[in-house]
Design a protein around this ligand. Structure first.
Ligand code: CO
Length: 498
């Protein structure tokens, strides 16, 4: 419950919440949804388009506590899936934790000693990095709390370590590890939780980092209906970069190496948490590597002297001008450290991070890399109409996350017109929207013919709702409300279930 005369602070990508009463000690208030709801009907206000059928499934870390202590870093919360299923204009909701080793540690062993993104192994069991953060066995069930996807006709939860965790899209029950049938490493690698579909073949396409005396970025594809990852390219790298996502075009994969890098040898010997081994080395600049995905050929590398960091690529595509690559950029990588609890107290009043939606243009004939700012502001979780992934496009949908939250503040959803640099918004006082997911109208012709789905937290009345907006006008079409606060999450997808 919330109290009068309090100020609520929210970490940048969503909740964990802390409360401030004047100068009183801040404390967490909710973010701990331990209850699981089996599929239940949810009341709907408004009218849902008749063509909209399927399920929005969203993943995210849920902060948990044991004996009054909680996760140090938001990204280390337990993976929980939420599903809003739409059938014939009705909406049903369910949520469920993934049944992982981390879940077992918390709920059965009553301990927080599970390895994670920023969990210090010394705090739990002193072991080396590889035996802790990365999968603890070939069939370990990962705390896959970042994204969901459909790979080889299976529904899987993803994080940045192997392997994906398969779940039932109707009941959200955990099925087990999705184990690949191939010779690529099945553990001790770093993975992307943002795979793409090859725009030509439709096959899944992603990358992993193999750490070793010689490390590699390994691009691979998964042909339809197989569990075999086929290597597109193995690119040697001395100091692997933390890259949360990447971009594709119709011909190319674009890897953008931010100067937030790790010495792989020290990583293997460290007792520090994974992400704490990375360091910001701005003198390295930012390197764009262009790989032809049909052949694996590296067709160019382009270095920007300017250091910057990004979690999320928006899109990339080819034009006569060159390859356009769009991202939500930060000045540096300090945003990662800011997600840890020990930083919250001292930085709760820090100003928001400087972000820009930027377009980089790579001209392969002139061998040039140019950049321009499309929009300055506080944005994250950019999504587009996925049919335009890798192709010329115009519209981006984003949220305005903020670590400072006042109960009556406005946190809009944005639709950005990349051609004009203009936005339209949706907002409601006291409400925090999550990632906006575009679903195309099957009869639509234009890029923005469809709806935006997002899960909104209503701070004011401690509830949450699925919001359905007309993507063209950003007018509300319907909402379906559950009477509990869904912890802020990360990424989701809309699946057309049969
Ligand atoms: Co992400």
């Amino acid at each position: 419950m919330f109290f009068k005369n309090t100020v609520l602070y929210v970490f940048f990508l969503g909740l964990p919440l802390v409360i401030s009463c004047g100068h009183a000690t801040k404390q967490r208030v909710h973010a701990e949804l331990k209850q699981e709801f089996s599929t239940m009907a949810v009341p709907v206000q408004g009218t849902i388009p008749s063509w909209l059928k399927g399920s929005l499934i969203r993943n995210g870390p849920v902060t948990v506590s044991v004996d009054g202590k909680h996760n140090e870093h938001w990204f280390d919360g337990l993976a929980m899936l939420h599903a809003f299923t739409i059938q014939e204009g009705n909406v049903f909701y369910a949520n469920r934790f993934l049944r992982t080793q981390a879940y077992d540690t918390v709920f059965n062993k009553k301990s927080l000693s599970y390895a994670g993104f920023a969990v210090d192994p010394c705090r739990s069991i002193f072991k080396r990095f590889f035996s802790l953060f990365l999968s603890s066995g070939p069939h370990a069930l990962n705390n896959a709390n970042v994204n969901v996807a459909k790979i080889a006709d299976r529904y899987v939860a993803l994080t940045e370590t192997p392997l994906p965790v398969e779940f039932d899209p109707v009941t959200l029950e955990t099925v087990g590890v999705l184990d690949y049938k191939d010779s690529l490493p099945h553990r001790d690698t770093w993975e992307s939780a943002h795979p793409h579909c090859n725009p030509v073949t439709g096959d899944a396409l992603s990358y992993l980092i193999e750490f070793g005396h010689q490390s590699y970025y390994c691009l691979y594809t998964i042909p339809a209906n197989t569990l075999e990852r086929k290597v597109i390219a193995r690119i040697p790298v001395d100091r692997p970069s933390y890259m949360h996502s990447f971009a594709i075009t119709e011909q190319y994969v674009i890897l953008v190496e931010f100067p937030f890098v790790v010495n792989p040898l020290s990583l293997m010997l460290t007792s520090k948490a994974f992400i704490k081994n990375f360091s910001w080395q701005p003198e390295r600049g930012t390197c764009f590597t262009i790989v032809k995905h049909s052949t694996g050929e590296i067709v160019g590398t382009y270095r920007s002297k300017k250091a910057f960091f990004a979690f999320h690529h928006i899109n990339a595509y080819e034009t006569d001008e060159g390859i356009c690559c769009d991202m939500v950029c930060y000045d540096d990588a300090s945003i990662i450290y800011d997600a840890s609890d020990d930083m919250w107290e001292e930085q709760a009043n820090r100003t928001i991070f400087h972000k820009e939606v930027k377009r980089f243009i790579i001209n392969q004939d002139k061998r040039t890399l140019a950049e321009k700012t499309i929009l300055r502001g506080d944005f994250e979780f950019p999504r587009i109409n996925e049919k335009y992934d890798g192709k010329p496009y115009r519209y981006v949908y984003m949220t305005k996350p903020d670590k400072l939250w006042h109960a009556h503040e406005i946190r809009p959803l944005y639709k950005l017109d990349m051609e004009k640099g203009t936005t339209i918004t949706w907002s409601q006082e006291g409400c925090q929207p999550g990632e906006p997911i575009f679903v195309a109208d099957p009869m639509g012709q234009k890029e923005d013919d469809g709806v935006i789905l997002t899960i909104v937290i209503n701070i004011a009345d401690h509830s949450s709702f699925l919001l359905i907006l007309d993507a063209k006008t950003f007018t509300e079409q319907a909402r379906a409300t559950v009477q509990h606060q869904i912890p802020a999450g990360l990424h989701g997808q809309f699946f057309k279930l049969c």
